[in-house]
Design a protein around this ligand. Sequence first.
Ligand code: SAH
Ligand code: DHB
Ligand code: MG
Length: 226
Amino acid sequence: MSGIAGWKAVDEAWQAVDEFIADRLLPDDPVLDDCLARCSAAGLPDIAVSAAQGRFLQLLVALTGARRVLEIGTLGGYSTIHLARGLAGDGQVVTLEAQDTFAAVARANFQAAGLGKRIALHVGEALTTLPDLTGPFDLTFIDADKPNNCAYVDHALRLSRPGALIVVDNVVREGTILEPADDDESAIGTRALYDHVFQHDRLEATALQTVGGKGWDGMMFLRVKP
Ligand code: SAH
Ligand code: DHB
Ligand code: MG
């Protein structure tokens, strides 16, 4: 691993490379900076996707030509803004958040980003708000409480058009999914997701590990078979 020689820790190198990627590939973006500043000022946890991951989500929306996007887990809306920016035509993002204080921050961020009309925010436990949604969605990003991941995939599948894409965040969790501790509900729920999607004959799946400013994690990608 000579490429990281001289770095105090591997995760410092991951962070530095993420900064390099953002510096070289992602233009200065005051809207996104303000979004994160508002999240931080309001005391929200620092668990939004990275800038590079956000841009990747935006590209996925654009590449799939998605017009209807569903997100489970809004936080302050950092990922939501990326998803909305990738929308084709008069598309819309529906995003679900349990905490009303987080949702208030997200709403302010959507207004400031000029995306108020493109994003519909539903406040409440996702398992309560999901049954009332009307599909079909072209793309779903699942990024909320991990113990409910299997249930969220089932809802996303029900709400998806044939050929839709479902992305699930945080599916590696620093490798803890291999042998989840008895009290690590997130790792247990995420590990269960792998078996759950594998036995679904309507889903074609893979997962990619990621490293960067957010540590060692990964995203799962599911295609709803036509
Ligand atoms: N997608 C965001 C980060 C989401 S963090 C981004 O990358 O910018 C996870 C979010 O899921 C938190 O805001 C948390 O409040 C929310 N959440 C947790 N449990 C939930 C539930 N049962 N229903 C809806 N949202 C939930
Ligand atoms: C956590 C949740 C996330 O969605 C994430 O991307 C990182 C961390 C968490 O609950 O710790
Ligand atoms: Mg996440």
